[in-house]
Design a protein around this ligand. Structure first.
Ligand SMILES: [Zn+2]
Ligand SMILES: [Zn+2]
Length: 356
């Protein structure tokens, strides 16, 4: 197959030929129709998250199953599917409860194994991890869903429990933050975008934020004033000690903070005095399991949610390495770069066609 491979951290990935992935006994091989280029791929390429070299990145994708292992009962070749970025083992107590996003044995194509910057990618424990793709959702749109969008959807709906008319503060208007802005606004929330970048705030307004707040001043005080007591729900979509604390401080009584931005530095102090005095709820959110996708997918298929608005550039596989390397610069506000790959059928010719 054709794949974008890097042989060392920071070494420009090149389009080359690689072995087709073997089909796991409990998994499938998927012909990749489209795959997003995410900052997490860039972190792996830079060596911030160790991977086995040489490596094929890519973890937010959609495509068509070309092979299914003998242990797979729910899927077969020809099914259009997408996958959460964190795939569960399918057997532990968390997976059996539908919470594969916290499976201790989770695998992540593009990190723990070869990813989707390739014509084919393998996914383990297919029965637990695949999500059916409605005909109305094209591959490029679906490639937006697996990472930032599903993460934001779960933060806003499952943890935030945002209702129509609620104030939703989104701190950090990058990829996952803008997804939360779009989802919150589409579900009828009054969204407040918070960022230090004027360009990011402009994007937030374009995607449905009712107001924006400069994170450089005192965002918690500003939000308290403009909402008459604080936000009902607040999300730290950036991940920093100061932002996490500001997100908790901007809540009204009985409000809910959702931590989505990763905190690579480790533990951070939160104003627990306010958590108790105002009876706040504090959640961590790590992606979304396949079980919870259908509710989101219905809203995408009927046009309530329009993740396609988050797509910036659509490129070919040959440009994926360049797109990854371009992330050395400051975060772009233009949107998600998606690689579209023409489907090439199956990984190997069927035996019965030999000689025909
Ligand atoms: Zn991602
Ligand atoms: Zn598991």
């Amino acid at each position: 197959m054709r794949a974008v491979v890097y042989t060392g951290y920071g070494v420009t990935p090149v389009l080359t030929r690689a072995a087709d992935p073997p089909c796991p006994a409990d998994g499938v091989v998927i012909a990749v129709g489209a795959t997003g280029v995410c900052r997490s791929d860039w972190h792996a390429w830079k060596g911030h998250d160790p991977v086995t070299l040489p490596h094929i990145g890519g973890h937010e994708f959609a495509g068509v199953i070309t092979q299914a292992g003998p242990g797979v009962t729910r899927w077969r070749a020809g099914d259009r599917v997408t996958v959460p970025f964190a795939c569960g083992c399918g057997r532990c107590e968390y997976c059996l409860a539908g919470d594969a996003q916290v499976c201790p044995w989770q695998t992540q194509p593009g990190f723990t194994g070869p990813g989707s910057f390739a014509e084919f990618v393998a996914v383990h424990a297919a029965d637990a991890n695949l999500v059916p793709l409605p005909d109305a959702v094209d591959f490029v749109t679906a490639a937006c869903l697996g990472c930032r969008f599903a993460t934001a959807f779960r933060a806003v709906t499952a943890h935030g429990r945002v209702r129509e008319g609620d104030w939703l503060a989104v701190h950090g208007c990058g990829g996952v933050g803008l997804s939360a802005v779009l989802i919150g606004a589409a579900l009828g929330a009054r969204v407040i975008g918070v960022d230090v970048s004027a360009a990011a705030l402009e994007r937030a307004r374009a995607l449905g934020a009712e107001v924006t707040v400069d994170a450089g001043a005192d965002p918690a005080a500003a939000i308290g004033e403009l909402t008459g007591g604080g936000a009902h729900v607040s999300i730290d979509a950036l991940g920093s000690p100061a932002v996490a604390a500001a997100s908790v401080r901007c809540l009204r009584r009985r409000g809910r903070h959702v931590q989505v931005g990763l905190l690579p530095e480790g533990s951070v102090p939160l104003p627990m005095d306010l958590v108790i005095a105002r009876e706040l709820e504090v959640y961590g959110s790590h992606g979304m399991a396949a079980r919870d996708y259908p509710a989101m997918m219905r809203l995408v298929a009927d046009g309530t949610l329009r993740p396609g608005l988050l797509v910036g550039e659509v490129i070919g596989l040959g440009d994926a390495g360049r797109a990854l390397a371009a992330m050395d610069g400051p975060p772009a506000t233009a949107g998600l770069t998606v690689v579209r790959i023409p489907l090439t059928g199956t990984t190997e010719p069927p035996a019965e066609s030999a000689g025909s």
